[in-house]
Design a protein around this ligand. Structure first.
Ligand code: GLA
Length: 362
């Protein structure tokens, strides 16, 4: 008798637990940020406009961290020496503050979307290293200073490593004028401007063993020199054919040995096999519908990516998606111009895709 009462009580408890779990999972207000509350903050790259249109409710429901897709980059925010466009960045920061979101700042020093004035004098001649570093310092102090205490993490240097197998650092204008030192300087300036902000080196194609070794070399050197660097940002612009489970596992394992925070900063998974360089569309590029086959492949990759993120949760504390839904992605134009892609967890109408459930339920 006693035994059957125990058995009944256990059964009752179990059925209540699973009922609770079910109702939570079915609750449409329960979003990615809730599924992952014991793992990572879940971020999304946005524009100021997207916070005011129909995307706002999806953003509020699913995410708890924001990155400005473009508004904080050097070109858009600081187009001329004495001109700053604060409006869009301010809108994003205000939205985040009002809704208790975290903000990742992106980015302070990059070779693209960088205004020309930085590198030349009034006669159009290339500036000296001293002038370039002084301009970088002023830019960082102004931008980081404005959002001090509000932006908890900054991508300080973006994509400084070369993709060429035999070249270490990218031969950018930063490098040509200031040499390798511009990287350490950018971190020092950012740390002076906001000593509490977490500072990241951010790059793509980190899953390539060759490029990864160079990123790790750079970070190790910076740490040896005592440069204030706290994290590595893995962009994660991936595709249905890469990374494989094993490739991502070894990527995360290698970076976790650096003893820094890892953040996945720009996640999307293209439904097309990865291509690294831009090109025009060709006849073979006409199969652009989101077919069942694409859906299945993409869901499988999303599933094991998050499985691995969870495996490395000691090192990873944030995952940010690059764009909100398949309605708009930078991949609609890259690498193949005008080819529609479907790289995110929400479809073109903001509905959750099957990949969403592979990520949310485990
Ligand atoms: C890189 C940059 C991002 C963005 C993407 C493409 O990954 O870091 O800011 O420009 O390219 O959208």
């Amino acid at each position: 008798m006693k035994n059957s009462i125990y058995a009944f009580a256990i059964l009752l408890l179990f059925s209540q637990c699973s009922a609770n779990k079910k109702s939570v999972i079915q609750d449409p207000a329960y979003g990615l940020k809730d599924y992952y509350k014991n793992y990572f903050t879940i971020g999304v790259a946005v524009s100021a406009t997207s916070l005011k249109n129909k995307n706002a409710s999806l953003i509020l429901n699913e995410f708890n961290s924001l990155t400005a897709e473009n508004s904080m980059k050097m070109g858009p925010i600081h187009p001329a020496e004495n001109v700053y466009n604060w409006k869009d960045a301010d809108t994003i920061v205000a939205f985040a503050k009002n809704n208790n979101f975290k903000i990742r700042g992106h980015n302070l020093c990059w070779h693209q979307q960088t205004p020309k004035w930085l590198f030349i004098d009034s006669l159009g001649k290339q500036v000296s290293k001293e002038i370039l570093l002084a301009r970088l310092k002023k830019h960082i102090f102004d931008v980081v200073g404005r959002y001090k205490g509000q932006i908890y993490a900054w991508d300080v240097v973006n994509e400084a490593i070369s993709d060429a197998p035999n070249e270490y650092l990218r031969n950018s204008e930063w490098y040509q004028i200031a040499g390798e030192e511009y990287i350490a300087k950018a971190f020092q300036y950012a740390h002076e401007a906001d000593p509490d902000a977490l500072l990241f080196y951010n790059d793509y194609n980190e899953i390539s063993a060759t490029k990864r070794a160079k990123i790790i070399q750079l970070i190790t050197n910076l740490k040896k020199q005592g440069v204030p660097i706290h994290g590595v940002g893995l962009q994660g612009h991936w595709a249905v054919n890469e990374p494989s489970y094993g490739q991502l596992d070894s990527t995360l394992s290698d970076f976790s040995k650096l003893d820094l925070v890892i953040q996945i900063t720009e996640l999307d998974i293209s439904v097309y096999p990865k291509e690294h360089t831009a090109r025009e569309g060709q006849a073979i590029d006409t199969a652009t519908s989101f077919s069942k086959e694409k859906e299945i492949k993409q869901s499988a990759v999303y599933k094991y990516c998050f499985e691995l993120f969870r495996k490395y949760k000691k090192s990873i504390n944030s995952v940010t998606f690059w764009n909100i839904s398949d309605e708009h992605s930078w991949l609609d134009n890259f690498p193949v111009r005008n080819r529609k892609d479907y790289p995110l967890l929400f479809d073109t109408f903001n509905n959750r895709k099957s990949a969403y459930w592979q990520v949310a339920k485990w």
